[in-house]
Design a binder for this molecule. Structure first.
Ligand SMILES: [Zn+2]
Length: 567
């Protein structure tokens, strides 16, 4: 009732003003609605070249409506406007991680941690502890072990854990996701024996007698993975909630989810319906299922601001860490191999057909390619597609784009391929890459500066849960290239370092462009979604070594505060 009276009163006043001819004198500032949120006294880095710095931002609903000085933006203040006094802290657009495995990330937050085990004994001990407490028959998964942190750095075998895990299947992944260690229980359940042949694109590692050691590489992992019981919807929902909460705490407001299960997308969709999605998601299911999206008629970036589909994720090869990235020349430290093309590339015509289909339907193609020949082969396919289907804004992507052949930078640019890269991998792999591929190839590894020099667009991400989700660590990595072992304090191939401004742009506008959303987000610009983060330090002015110690104080998503650090 009160509301109705208000409405009538407002109309009357408005009519009176019109009658009195007073409309012209009505101050525009009084007629516009008040902002829901004002952020004042901030050090705003907008990533908008037309207006790079500002002091204050006004938000109405889920959109930014004004960016300027405190005085300019103050006209948006109303009696119910929530005001955040930023106290001079740095305000950036929310980080957009262009390559995550979101549900795996959520599951990892809760699973066995093996990555920081510094010896094989510690590795085995942690698995034994977990097995003691695991319900009978429940699989031990995850882990992210890294044998390069052990002395000597050799791959673990099942003998190490078999006596400790007699009733528990173990299937623990190497941190790069391209290799697992399975124990005898798991191998038995999967039916893997000395007689099992290596699948195309995979290796069952064997001892001198030909018996499986428990280590399974790439496509061979599937032989055991397929007998692992599927996640329940409830487990998945819990994982997504954990992942969202964590993303908010590190300032990630958008993620591009590579190879999600359809069941993951179903969970996102349920959360969206309830208004419970706390991160914007662009999901790229595997290209092996391309027919599904083609059938529905989905095109790239189909959906709404919180949930989009319309991309496919393909695999060209493996990883450097597992020596399965596909190179023109053999690995220096294992000259009998130059890596593997993935099973999706056997034969290459299989991949060509799927990509042609995806492109004809207007789907975006994102292809994992790491070794120089793997990348080159995908560029060949991309150029065939562009030729066959004509010019268009298709925004091909190569995920990782790690080890480039010198001849391919120009081609990368000409085809307008986006380099979707994960700088944290550079300071991680930088510890051992030269031993594997030598100085010359290493000089074109994580070659972010060379990409920019050639006019290639970068999108930044982490590959979480392969690497940490924290964007400040990624920016630190891109800016310092200081390897994790402390051996390159001035940067590993320092000529490839980026400036903080370039790194922030790749993480915001670059990633937004990579998902066709550069008009919706990626900068603090009036009209765009109000996704922003307030940081504890000014990463543009502090010594670059301190960037990784920077914390996110506040995360704002669509105008709502979804994270605040306890200070
Ligand atoms: Zn990945």
């Amino acid at each position: 009732m009160g509301r109705l009276i208000m409405k009538i009163a407002t109309r009357l006043i408005f009519a009176l003003l019109l009658c009195a001819g007073a409309f012209e004198s009505l101050n525009f500032a009084q007629s516009k609605p008040a902002a829901d949120l004002l952020i004042t006294s901030a050090n705003v880095w907008t990533v908008d070249p037309s207006h790079p710095k500002a002091e204050a931002v006004a938000v109405l609903g889920d959109r930014i409506v004004a960016v300027g000085s405190n005085a300019e933006v103050d006209s948006w203040r109303g009696p119910r406007t929530h005001v955040i006094d930023a106290g001079g802290k740095l305000l950036l657009p929310g980080f957009n991680d262009a390559h995550v495995h979101f549900v795996s990330g959520g599951l990892q937050l809760d699973s066995i941690q093996l990555n920081d085990a510094t010896s094989k004994e510690e590795f085995a001990h942690r698995i034994a502890e977990r097995a003691k407490n695991a319900p009978n028959g429940e699989w031990i998964l995850g882990g992210d072990w890294d044998e390069t942190k052990w002395t000597p750095p050799i791959y673990p075998t099942k003998e190490l854990i078999d006596p400790l895990t007699r009733n528990t299947p173990v299937f623990v992944s190497r941190y790069d996701g391209h290799m697992v260690l399975a124990n005898s229980v798991a191998l038995h359940l999967a039916g893997i024996t000395a007689q099992t042949p290596d699948p195309p694109g995979g290796v069952i590692v064997r001892d001198a007698q030909g018996n499986p050691t428990g280590a399974l590489k790439d496509a061979a992992m599937d032989l055991a993975a397929r007998v692992i019981p599927a996640l329940s919807d409830d487990q998945r929902l819990r994982a997504v909630r954990r992942a969202m909460q964590y993303a908010a705490s590190v300032g990630v407001t958008s993620v591009q989810n590579m190879n999600p299960d359809y069941a993951d997308i179903a969970v996102y969709s349920r959360l969206l319906e309830r208004g419970d999605l706390k991160v914007r998601i662009y999901a790229a299911p595997l290209i092996t299922d391309v027919d599904d999206q083609v059938k529905i008629g989905i095109r790239h970036a189909f959906g709404e601001s919180f949930l989009r589909i319309g991309a496919v994720k393909a695999y060209a090869d493996g990883s450097l860490g597992s020596r399965t990235a596909y190179f023109y020349e053999p690995f220096l430290d294992q000259p009998n191999t130059r890596g593997l093309l993935s099973d999706e590339m056997h034969p290459i015509s299989l991949m060509r057909n799927r990509m042609m289909k995806a492109d004809a339907a207007g789907l975006q193609i994102c292809t994992h390619a790491i070794g120089d020949e793997g990348i080159s082969t995908i560029l060949d396919l991309y150029s065939e597609i562009a030729k066959a289907h004509g010019a268009g804004d298709r925004r091909f992507r190569i995920e990782h784009a790690q080890h480039m052949a010198a001849k391919d930078f120009d081609r990368f640019a000409q085809l307008h391929v986006i380099a979707s890269v994960q700088p944290y991998h550079a300071i991680d792999d930088g510890r051992f890459a030269e031993a594997r591929i030598g100085h010359d190839r290493a000089s074109r590894t994580y070659a972010f500066r060379t990409f920019l020099n050639h006019g290639v667009r970068l999108a930044f991400g982490t590959d979480w849960d392969v690497a940490p989700l924290d964007p400040l660590l990624t920016i630190y990595a891109a800016v310092t290239r200081a390897t994790l072992d402390g051996k390159n304090p001035n940067g590993w191939f320092p000529e490839q370092k980026l400036s903080v401004a370039e790194a922030v742009e790749a993480y915001t506008m670059g990633s937004a462009y990579a998902e066709f959303q550069e008009n919706e987000k990626g900068s603090i610009t009036p009209g765009k979604l109000a996704d922003m983060v307030l940081l504890s330090q000014d990463i543009f002015t502090i010594p670059s070594q301190q960037i990784r110690d920077t914390k996110v104080l506040t995360t704002i998503l669509g105008g709502r505060v979804i994270w605040e650090a306890h200070q």
